[in-house]
Design a protein around this ligand. Structure first.
Ligand code: AMP
Length: 295
């Protein structure tokens, strides 16, 4: 009896198979698809939290083989960003993924993705231009390049992304359409802490004081949503509601606090019936982003 339950627990917590070469990863996905299995892909940079795990769960519910990638992609970080100190916690990540029944983890070293002589990049679509694109030049070029490479290395049926990175989902959808990449894109809701803070691998950088002040992001979005629900459609007024929350929490280093069209990211003087509020701001040294659909 005891042996049985240990074995059962062992099976429940079976670690995913870990592969580090593109050849092994491609072979395993191809074999699964040739056997008629539906393959789901969840690209991440590791330092996993419930947001990432919700994507793995969505994949597990809809697919036969679930592949998670863990790769801190150097080409999407600017020269003064946190690439070198980005948290790397592979062991803990594998523990979390084994509880979600993930089958395969692809975790290449940078040389596997960008060997000597690498020089081809994806020119991202127009929707990559404003907001993150304006404040992080080259970011979406790196994202589009690595995501396309992952789609080619791991030719899955469907790939899962979080609405937390709203503009990224638009960039990836547009890229897959424009370049005829045969993969379905699923976008899953933002997972938040109980008090509303959007989960992020970067939250672990926050001191306890910063963690409290970081609530002004979700608070600002909630303030804009409340005004929107009461009928406010003046973009400037909605954005002002966000900025008030930020400044009252002494979050003054704001890259943008914008209300725009959720598909084109265009800003109008008056918002449409469906809009999105997006924020990027530094709390202390940590740059956080968040967004919320209005309407
Ligand atoms: P990252 O590791 O930050 O590159 O994120 C990998 C994927 O997880 C991306 O598709 C993100 O949008 C998604 N993600 C990150 N944080 C969250 C969250 N709080 N809720 C839902 N998805 C998330």
């Amino acid at each position: 009896m005891a042996d049985e339950s240990i074995r059962t627990m062992g099976e429940l917590r079976r670690r995913p198979q870990v592969v580090t070469t593109a050849e092994d990863a491609t072979r395993m996905v191809r074999e699964a698809r040739a056997a008629g299995r539906r393959v789901g892909l969840v690209p991440t940079m590791g330092a996993l939290h419930e947001g990432h795990l919700s994507l793995a769960r969505a994949a597990r519910a809809a697919c036969d083989l679930v592949v998670v990638t863990v790769f801190v992609n150097p080409t999407q970080f600017g020269p003064n960003e946190d690439y070198s100190r980005y948290p790397r916690t592979l062991d803990a990540d594998l523990d979390l993924l084994s509880r979600e029944g993930v089958d395969l983890v692809f975790t290449p070293v940078p040389d596997v993705m960008y060997p000597a002589g690498f020089s081809t990049y994806v020119e991202p679509p127009a929707v990559a231009g404003p907001l993150e694109g304006a404040f992080r030049p080259g970011h979406f070029r790196g994202v589009a390049t690595v995501v396309l490479k992952l789609f080619l290395i791991l030719p899955a049926d469907v790939a899962y992304f979080g609405a937390k990175d709203w503009q990224q989902t638009l960039v990836i959808r547009r890229m897959t359409t424009d370049l005829n990449v045969p993969i379905q894109i699923e976008v899953c809701p933002t997972i938040r802490e109980a008090d509303g803070l959007a989960m992020s691998s970067r939250n672990r950088y926050l001191s306890s004081d910063e963690r409290r002040r970081a609530l002004a992001l979700s608070g600002g979005l909630a303030a804009a949503a409340a005004r929107f629900e009461r009928g406010e459609r003046r973009t400037e007024t909605l954005e002002q509601a966000i900025r008030e929350q930020l400044s009252s929490a002494l979050v003054t280093d704001v890259d943008y606090a914008a209300v725009v069209d959720p598909e084109t990211l265009e800003r109008r003087d008056r918002t449409g019936e469906r809009s999105i509020a997006l924020i990027a701001a530094r709390v202390g040294a940590t740059r956080l982003i968040d967004n919320r659909l209005l309407g």
